[in-house]
Each structure stands twice: as C-alpha cells, then as structure tokens.
Design a protein around this ligand. Sequence first.
Ligand SMILES: [Mn+2]
Length: 346
Amino acid sequence: MKKFLRSFSAIAIALVLVLSVPVTASLATPTVWGLGLKNPKVFGHRHQDLDSVACTLATTYLLKSRGIEATACRLDDYNSETKFVFKYFNLNPDIKKIDRVEDKEQVVLVDHNEFKQSAPNIENADLKLIIDHHGLNGFNYANPFEIHTYPIGAAATALYNMLKDENLLDNKEVNAFLLSAIISDTLCLTSPTTTESDKLAAESLAKMLGLDLKKYGFELLSAAATIEDKTERGVLLEDSKLYEVDGVKYRVSAVNVTTVKPFLAKQKAFEAEMKKIIAEDKVNFFAVMVTDILAGDTELFVMGDMAKEITKKAFNQDLKDNHIFLKGVVSRKKQIVPPISKALKK
Ligand SMILES: [Mn+2]
C-alpha cells in the first residue's frame, strides 16, 4: 500500500509538473472588454516613450475597429526615438497633445498606472481601462474599471497579441510602432525584462514589415543613444518617471548612450540641472541611469537629501562623486525601482 501511495504521488507530482509547464509559445489570449467606453482619451505616461506611443495608437485602433470612438493623446513632446520612427517609416500619426484631463472625462491608460506619471487631474477623471506591464506601486482607485497587466518587456507586446486575436495586424503604422516599442523597451530583446512573448511578437512584426530585426533594432537604439545636440534638461527628462513610496517622492530617469564619457565630461552641468529639477519636484532624491546599451551596464547618478542613504540601502554601494557603477543593470522597472521600493519600505 505504501509503495502504491508513493508511486501514485510520484505520478500525481509528474502530472502537476507537466500541466503547469508555462505555455511559452503564446501569451494567454488577452481580451479587452471595453464595457461602457464612450469616446475616451487614450494616453501613455508623461514624457511618453515609444511604448506609450505605440500602445496609444494600437489601443485606439483596436477600439475604433470595434466601433468605439476614442482619441489618441499624449502629454509631452516626442522623444528622439519616436522622431526616428516617424522619419524612418515616413509616418505622421494623429496624436493630440493634452495638458490635463477634465473632471469625469473617460480615460484609458496605457503603459503606466501610477497617477504620479499620468495626466494632471487624473484623480478626477473617469478611469475605464488600463493596459500595462508595470507593478502596481501604491495604486489606489475606488471605482470599478478594467485592467490588463502582464509581466512582459513591452506593453506593445500585449497590444500585438490583442490585435492578432482580432485579425487587426493590418495597419503598417501601428505595426511599425509596435515593433519599435518592443525594441526600445527591451533594448532589442536583451534587457532582463524580455520574455518569449516579446521575442515572438518582435520577430513576427519585423517579418511583416520586411525588416531585419537586429539591424533595424541597432539603428533605432543607436540613433537616439546620444546626448549630443540636447540640453542638460532635455537629456535628464526625456525618459523620466516620478514615484512615491510611503511618503518618499523620487524621480528616476533613463539615458541611453553608447559610451558614458560625454556624460561624465559634462557631469557638473548635469548635476546643476538635477538640483534644479529636485527643487521643482520637491523629491527626496533623483536617480539618473546612464546606460551603455552596448556593454549592458549602468552608471547611476544620484542626488538629493536621501541620495547617500538610498544608494547604500538599495544597492549596497557608497556613493562616490554622486555616482555608482551597476554591472549588468539596464532596466529601471526590474533592476532599479524594486530595490529602491524595498529599501524605502523597511
Ligand atoms: Mn513600457
């Protein structure tokens, strides 16, 4: 009997293992319900990057194809990667620039969920839908709404799958942005946030667009990975996000480069601008990731009242000359924000 039980439990464990093997070939079918949507404004985070732009366009396209009117919006000017995509594919998408949202206005958030990173007055809008791939740090909203969030490298990958499910991968503009967004958010599929889903989506989109994925990816990333011809403020705020954990406010910016030398050469000027931004934001600290996309490492510059303390607690390093070196670190979402949040919650 004992023997039988042992072999029975072995079979049961084997069965559980077989059944729980993740299906890496495709993302579980994501379906947007879109219940009660009536001409919502669709937009990504402040200082919107390619992922936010791609998700805004793709979500608007998905809703419109179902007969739901929706307005593609943005909160800021386009960044250099986005401008590169416009030029490369000769595109000029219709995305309305807005400064704030009105009370009770319907909104759809893509590529973000934190109100700190969203449109001014977002607290008073009518939030209907979120499509995202970030953690829910202090998310708080009293009314029912629809949310789809996946642990994937780019939110654009979720949109790719949603469009695929509804046979809507027929829009060249949307496809070009989705591919570019996946490349941008995953550093051409090299970031630790990259999943099998991101790879499959990027490969299939590149094929549809007749592009060599690696070649186009390198062109896109290196075109924007420069601080030349940009002001200090422009460099520091081009890809920047605000966070708040237990009453501590902080900002983390990401700057991609192919060499950190030009940044170090202007370090004093960057630090002066960081101080101004800290005063304007009233944040406790400001961290700037200067990521060498070729080497896959980050030089992290940190300033503000809590700079020394947070660098020690989160990364176990002493801040020297306002920066630390983080080997193999390229992802704000996965390698910078979680250790900081953890350190702040202690
Ligand atoms: Mn994203």
